[in-house]
Design a protein around this ligand. Structure first.
Ligand code: BES
Ligand code: MN
Ligand code: MN
Length: 454
């Protein structure tokens, strides 16, 4: 049997097995899910073994275990490192899910559930492609190293140590990742750029304790008002970030790249529909695609303080908080940007309050050429697996491991994503289109098979 026939004969079986994976609530952000995280790592290790990968290890780390395995039985053939993550984002708010987050359900050709697109569904695509090659060819046509981690959604903190301690072991000719999206339905895509991410938290303290707003209001600073005023100053009318120096190192797009991005089959109407806001706003002078993929941003991710419960409570809070982040593009330096943001925000605060600024994580942007012959193999595999023309895109999200691997080993990184921008990653009703899940398995199997002749 050919790998593709094998894959077609396994549709139902594969889908049911993916559902099993999705039922494990491996939420990395919450300590109450520690045992679920361990179960998910174990599940992945079992499936890797079943797919013919040997030396599968569950590697403990300071936080969540990662799964590592390899199959090195193709002397003289390329060695590929495949990376993915088995952890998922929290499912809250639970009441906004049509069917429960950890009870995967098929509706209208989509599989719904937390982790379907990001990233369990995409990891499973590779597991099943590897299994198909192993079971039809008798062995893998290339050398494969696999690393599936459990901390991607919280910044891949422990992964750094593992990479540093296993440099030789991780050496490979290319990195392959499926944790991104296709440009649109029917447009298989290879991502050659991601933005970096810095994450911050601020705390503003006014009065030494909460105060009765009738007794004290009018004479004392209100930290929520001051936080809001401060936040309102971080952008100007053209939606540019006002932090001094923020744009200093930003690389401008070449004319060729601007042209290439403009030529992509990207539909503004679909984007507007996905967003669902009354109108869009973005940095003046750039197309939406440029704003999303090639421009840095500063976003507020959360703001809290004072009384937010039921009914009224007349209080001037002692403290107000916000979580914010900056998406970074070449050639911005995360450490430099963090300093600039901190300095500016603290400078904006009036003398009536004290400010505390914390940097929770930093991460570099990644953009790389796609001239290496492996990208042509990837393009062909996607086109064969989907029967559609494939394109090269950049994206606005961040994957810390990709940047790190590229910086450490300077190997080509092939990001073949099988999600879609409107599949609600990180949100209620996350889903993956079954056509992309099944097309993905075929494409990846073809890709790994064709890499034998790289
Ligand atoms: N899979 C995403 C990254 C992504 C999303 C890439 C969309 C391209 C398009 C990943 O799981 C993720 O959510 N990353 C985080 C960063 C991380 C450090 C928490 C992100 O981008 O916010
Ligand atoms: Mn992901
Ligand atoms: Mn994610």
């Amino acid at each position: 049997m050919k790998p593709i026939e094998y894959i077609e004969s396994k549709h139902e079986e594969n889908l049911n097995e993916l559902k099993e994976f999705l039922r494990i609530p491996s939420v990395s952000a919450k300590s109450e899910h520690k045992t679920d995280i361990e179960r998910a790592a174990w599940w992945v290790s079992e499936k890797l073994r079943a797919a013919g990968i040997d030396n599968v290890d569950i590697v403990p780390t300071k936080m969540h275990p990662l799964v590592y395995g390899e199959s090195l039985h193709a002397p003289g053939k390329p060695t590929i490192l495949f990376y993915g993550h088995y952890d998922v984002q929290p499912a809250e708010p639970l009441d906004l899910w049509t069917t429960p987050a950890f009870e995967p359900t098929v509706r209208n050709g989509n599989l719904f559930g937390r982790g379907t697109a990001d990233d369990k569904g995409q990891v499973h695509i590779h597991l099943k492609a590897i299994e198909a090659l192993q079971n039809t060819l008798g062995k893998l046509p290339i050398n494969l190293k696999v690393i599936i981690e459990g901390e991607e959604e919280i910044g891949s903190v422990s992964l750094w140590d593992f990479v540093r301690q296993n440099r030789a072991r991780l050496k490979s000719d290319a990195l392959v990742v499926s944790d991104t999206s296709m440009l649109a339905r029917g447009v298989p895509s290879i991502t050659y750029g991601l933005r970096g991410l810095n994450y911050y938290q601020i705390e503003i303290t006014g009065p030494a304790q909460d105060l009765h707003s009738g007794v004290f209001g009018g004479a004392v600073p209100n930290p929520i008002t001051i936080l809001s005023e401060t936040i309102a100053k971080l952008h100007d009318r053209d939606f540019r970030v006002t932090v001094p120096g923020f744009y200093d190192d930003v690389a401008t797009l070449s004319r060729d790249e601007r042209k290439a991005l403009k030529a992509l089959p990207w539909k503004e109407k679909e984007f507007r529909k996905t967003v669902g806001a009354p109108a869009l706003c973005g940095e003046k002078g750039y197309s939406i695609v440029e704003q999303l993929w090639s421009r840095p941003t500063l976003e507020l991710n959360g703001i809290w303080g004072g009384y937010t419960g039921e009914g009224a409570k007349t209080v001037i809070p002692s403290k107000a908080h916000a979580k914010l982040s900056t998406r970074l593009v070449p050639n911005q330096d995360p450490a430099k940007i963090a300093k600039q943001v901190e300095r500016y925000i603290l400078k904006l605060l009036p003398k009536t309050v004290k400010g505390k600024f914390e940097v929770l994580s930093t991460g570099k942007p990644w953009v790389a050429p796609y001239s290496h012959p492996i990208f042509q193999k990837a393009l062909h595999a996607l086109e064969a697996g989907f029967g559609k023309k494939a394109v090269f895109i950049r994206e606005g999200g961040s994957i810390p491991f990709v940047t790190q691997m590229y910086d450490t080993f300077k190997v080509p990184c092939v990001l073949m994503g099988f999600g879609l921008p409107d599949e609600n990653a990180h949100a209620p009703d996350e889903h993956i289109a079954l056509e992309n899940y099944f097309g993905g398995i075929k494409s990846v199997a073809l890709f790994y098979e064709q890499l034998a002749t790289l």
